[in-house]
Structure formats: structure tokens, C-alpha cells
Design a protein around this ligand. Structure first.
Ligand code: ATP
Ligand code: MG
Length: 558
């Protein structure tokens, strides 16, 4: 599915846009995705990316990528690059419209000067504590700052000197002059500029004053000709301020802010602060740890961009915060890979199987289709010989009735090959552990020979011992043990200790010898696996993307 094909079901945002178009407010829709480059993008951002670029595509409009980089602390070029990579990987194109709010610093400064000249902003010297005290509460109005009625000339002079670096950090701020009695606290003379001597990753030491989000964002939207500024619900109370600033400073057509509910996904956290904490604290191996809800992590794990877009389309947009089950995301991944991933055989937990009546030294190349329903994906030849490995779980000495695998005296189909019947078990004398099983094969049962379709009591996968390649496999489970860890301050104590299980000594079929990082396969009966970036020519390393069904395979918990 390409971004343009994303199902365009309607929702309250699209209804607003339809209405604006009908009324002729805009001819062309322009949206933007405005991340602050102070962390990697996560699945919540991905949803916003899909929404903004998806709407632009649907209406034949444009979507800009804008780094909302007006707060120098914590922002960096590494984050900018990761955002660019992630949005592109998700399948979206901003053409030449990559913008930086920091490129607007001079214009934003001029807008602030205009506001002062209009008598709508003033330089305030209250300390942060005093400011809090003057602000009032939800039930009580605030009080006016003693600096509120400073003459315009004095404000202009002070603001210029703030910029020139004559004052210490926090000594003065510029505030919008709105209404200290407003029932909406956001409107009680909000700060729009502050002094902060932190070098900016792009503008260096050019500035010691920085605009606040509320001031910078609406004007950046205006500068770019954004028609619909889609953001998350926590900015609902800020909308009157967004509108106030634009009405004071610029003409129609002005952008319009629309809020939707943040995406929350179960068993993970989606706050940048917390993701940074986990990366810096070494709780995960990095931003691209395959257990992370980051785009980089999901990509490394093996989730596909198409699956993430499908997920975003399926959950739609809501007006109320909710928690989406991560199983839905995994189901989208499974649906996509089910169509695309070639099938191979790999054994995670090997048990030796010897076919006593198969000639020693003989090797047959059995033809295996790469996809059961897509002949165009071709087939490959997999070596079959006297000694094989099967999954330890696929043999039970005392199997329950419904067990569809090997047990004493039972016959099963070896996938794409022969029927074999169990004939003996070798155990460790001391521990009683099953070391090896022996079988007899039916030479007339090769899959693919005319009329041969017997299943036996089940079908199991295998690899040929002398031909198999060794691999390391990383199994992932949910990162947290509770559905909503984000709701708790002690979320770090809720990390799932089994969120990563490392399996070594796994055996995979010969054809995987040339597999490259990024290649994704279905290991028959087990799930989807992607070659990790840690893999080398000598060392195969797979990440399990998702198991086949919506239950974590028993093998994971051995
Ligand atoms: P913070 O956690 O520091 O508030 P943020 O996650 O909001 O940061 P931004 O870089 O400001 O990060 O987000 C960029 C865009 O992505 C914004 O428009 C924001 O509304 C949107 N966004 C962020 N998180 C989510 C989420 N969980 N669901 C949907 N959209 C999100
Ligand atoms: Mg934000």
C-alpha cells in the first residue's frame, strides 16, 4: 500500500477541511509534521506523520516537514537526521519543503517587536515564583504584573537589550498582554520570549533569547502557509492563544489549529522524556532497540512501513485519549508479512532426528515453494539427508491426544519432504533428557510426487544436519509487564525481564547463507524473522518480528 492508497475514511478533521474547502477558505490544503528534534520518532509520531501527509495527499495538497527547534536544550543534528530518515522510511515525501523553525528566528523577533509596538506585549521582571503567585488558579483570577503597563518605548528598549545579552537568564521575559482574569490560564499574559544562554545546534550563540512554543508555532504555521495545523489534545487550551497571536499580527488566511487524541499503545511508553531515560539509563540498547516503540526500533525489529501506515489508518483519529492494544499493530505487521515474506525453515531449539532406513551419504534436493499462495515468488531446493534437526517441541514422549506432531510410534510429514514414523528414542542416562530420536521414512511419500498429499498426524519443519547453518535468534516480547506503564512514575520497575530472549545454536536452512541485514522471512510454523544489522558474513543474527499467531510461541518460554 502506498501512502496515496491509504484508505480515506472520513473523520472530524477531514470534515472540518471539507467544510473549509466548501466555504472557499482555502484552495489548497497545506499541513505539516512539526517534530522537535529532541528525540527519535515513535509510533505516536508515526501516526501523526501518516495523518498529516495522508490528508495532504488525499486533498492534493502539500505537507511540510518542519523541525520545531526553538528550544536549544536537548535538540541535535543526530535527531534531525533520524527524523528525516524515519519519515522517509515511512513512505512520505516533503520534496524541497524541509523547514526549520530556527530559520524564522529573525522574523519571529520582528513579530514580537510588532506586538510590543501595538501595546500587546511587555517586558516583565517578576521572578518565576512571583509569576506563579500572580497567575492565580483555576478558580481565582490572576493579578496584573507591576510591569504590565510599561511604556512601549521602554519595552522596545528592554527587549532589544534582552536580545543583545544585557540580562541574565531568567532575569526578564517578554509576555503577551492579554487578560489576567481569563478563565483559561493559558491566556493570563503568557510568556512569549525568555532569555536562555544555551547554544543552539543550528544558530550557535547567535541568540540568547528564544521564543516559546505558543508564539513560535502559530507564526511558523503562518509563514509556511499552513491551512490546518493538526496537533494533539494537550494543546486544546492553547488554541485561543494560537488564534490571538495570529489575529494580532497577521491577516487571513490564517492557519487553523485542530486537536486530536494522542495515540497510546499498550505495554509501552510514548513519552520522549521516558524514552530518553531508557536509552540513557541503558534499560534498552539504544533508540533502535527492537523492543522500543520508536520508528527506528520497529524498523530494526522488522515491522514494515506499510504495516505501520495500515495501523494508523485502522485506528483513525479520536477526540478522546485512549489506549490501543499493541496486538493490533502486531496483527497489521503479520498481515503485511504474510503476503510478502518468503518461507524458509529454521529450527530454534534443535533435536537430532536420524532416519535409520535412509541411505547414509545420500542427499536429495527437495523443491520448496517460497510462498504457498504466490507461485510468482518461485521455489528453492533444500537439501534433505539421513540426519536432520527438528524442533524439540515437535516431539513428545507422552503426547496429549490432540498433539499434531511426533510421539512414540507416530507418523508425521516433514514439510515439503517425506513421511517419517518414530522408531526409537535415545536419552541421556543420567538426566533422562531426550538426546536423539530415530525414525523410518516412507520412500514413496515425497511431497510433490503425483497424488502424494498425505499429512500424517501433522506437518513439522526440519533442517538437514550437515547442511544447516547456525544462527543466533532474538525473541522479543512486550517491554513492560503491565498494559499502561506510562501511567506510573515507577514505570522502570515494570520492565518485562523476558522482553528479550537470546537463542544461540539455532539452525536454519542452507538458502539463508546469503541473507543480508533487512531481509525478512517467515520461518515456517514459527513466525517472521528479520536479519539484524549485527549479522555478518560469518554470523547470522535474526530478530523475531512477530510470532505467527497472536500468542507468543511456547518455544519463547522454554
Ligand atoms: P513531548 O513528549 O516532549 O511533548 P512530543 O512527543 O509531543 O514531545 P513533538 O516532537 O512535539 O513531540 O511531536 C511532533 C508531532 O507529533 C506533534 O504534532 C505531536 O502532536 C505529534 N505527536 C507526538 N506524540 C504523539 C502521539 N502519541 N500520538 C499522536 N501524535 C503525537
Ligand atoms: Mg510536543
Amino acid at each position: 500500500m502506498t501512502p496515496q492508497e491509504t484508505p480515506a475514511t472520513t473523520d472530524f478533521i477531514r470534515e472540518i477541511i471539507d467544510e473549509d474547502l466548501r466555504r472557499g477558505r482555502h484552495k489548497r490544503i497545506v499541513t505539516r509534521f512539526p517534530p522537535e528534534p529532541n528525540g527519535y520518532l515513535h509510533i505516536g509520531h508515526a501516526k501523526s506523520v501518516c495523518l498529516n501527509f495522508g490528508i495532504a495527499a488525499q486533498y492534493g495538497g502539500l505537507c511540510n516537514l518542519r523541525m520545531d527547534d526553538t528550544d536549544p536544550s536537548g535538540e541535535s543534528l543526530e535527531y534531525v537526521q533520524s527524523i528525516i530518515d524515519d519519515v522517509r522510511w515511512l513512505g512520505f515525501d516533503w520534496q524541497d519543503r524541509l523547514y526549520f523553525a530556527s530559520d524564522y528566528f529573525e522574523r519571529l523577533y520582528e513579530y514580537a517587536v510588532r506586538l510590543i509596538e501595538k501595546g500587546k506585549a511587555y517586558v516583565c521582571a517578576l521572578t518565576p515564583d512571583e509569576m506563579r503567585e500572580y497567575r492565580g488558579t483555576l478558580t481565582e483570577p490572576g493579578r496584573e504584573s507591576p510591569w504590565r503597563n510599561r511604556p512601549v518605548e521602554e519595552n522596545l528598549d528592554l527587549f532589544r537589550r534582552m536580545r543583545a545579552g544585557e540580562f541574565a537568564d531568567g532575569e526578564l521575559v517578554l509576555r503577551a498582554k492579554i487578560d489576567m482574569a481569563s478563565p483559561n490560564i493559558v491566556m493570563r499574559d503568557p510568556i512569549i520570549y525568555r532569555i536562555k544562554r544555551t547554544p543552539h545546534y543550528r544558530t550557535g550563540n547567535d541568540w540568547v533569547i528564544y521564543p516559546m512554543y505558543d508564539f513560535a508555532h502559530c507564526l511558523s504555521d503562518y509563514i509556511e502557509g499552513i491551512t490546518h495545523s493538526i496537533c494533539t489534545l494537550e494543546f486544546e487550551n492553547n488554541r485561543p492563544l494560537y488564534d490571538w497571536i495570529l489575529e494580532e499580527l497577521v491577516e487571513e488566511p490564517r492557519p487553523r489549529q485542530i486537536e486530536f487524541a494522542r495515540l497510546n499503545v499498550s505495554y509501552t511508553v510514548l513519552s520522549k522524556r521516558r524514552l530518553i531515560e531508557m536509552v540513557e539509563g541503558g534499560v534498552v540498547s539504544g533508540w533502535d532497540d527492537p523492543r522500543m516503540p520508536t520508528v527506528a526500533g520497529m524498523r530494526r525489529r522488522g515491522f514494515t512501513a506499510a504495516a505501520i501506515r495500515d495501523f494508523a489508518a485502522k485506528i483513525g483519529v479520536a477526540k478522546k485519549d485512549n489506549l490501543v492494544d499493541v496486538a493490533l499493530l502486531e496483527a497489521c505487521v503479520r498481515d503485511d508479512l504474510n503476503e510478502k515474506a518468503p518461507r524458509v525453515m529454521g529450527v530454534l531449539n534443535p533435536l537430532r532426528l536420524v532416519i535409520d532406513n535412509y541411505p547414509e551419504g545420500k542427499v536429495e534436493e527437495v523443491e520448496c515453494p517460497n510462498h504457498p499462495r504466490r507461485p510468482e515468488m518461485g521455489s528453492r531446493r533444500v537439501p534433505f539427508s539421513r540426519v536432520l534437526y527438528i524442533e524439540r517441541d515437535d516431539f513428545m514422549e507422552d503426547p496429549p491426544k490432540k498433539y499434531k506432531r511426533l510421539g512414540p510410534g507416530r507418523q508425521v510429514r516433514l514439510r515439503n519432504a517425506y513421511l517419517v514414523r518414530h522408531a526409537g528414542t535415545v536419552k541421556d542416562e543420567k538426566t533422562g533428557e531426550v538426546k536423539e530420536i530415530h525414525c523410518l521414512y516412507d520412500p514413496d511419500s515425497l511431497m510433490g510426487t503425483a497424488g502424494e498429499d498425505r499429512k500424517g498426524e501433522g506437518v513439522i519443519h526440519w533442517v538437514s544436519a550437515p547442511h544447516a547453518l547456525e544462527a543466533e535468534v532474538r525473541l522479543y516480547d512486550r517491554l513492560f509487564t503491565v498494559a499502561d506503564p506510562g501511567a506510573r512514575e515507577d514505570y522502570l520497575s515494570l520492565i518485562n525481564p523476558d522482553s528479550l530472549i537470546l537463542l544461540t545454536g539455532c539452525l536454519v536452512e542452507r538458502s539463508l547463507g546469503g541473507a543480508k541485514p533487512g531481509d525478512t522471512f517467515q520461518f515456517e510454523r514459527l513466525g517472521y524473522f528479520r536479519v539484524d544489522k549485527d549479522a555478518t558474513e560469518e554470523r547470522l543474527v535474526f530478530n523475531r518480528v512477530v510470532p505467527l499467531r497472536d500468542s507468543w510461541s511456547k518455544i519463547a518460554a522454554r
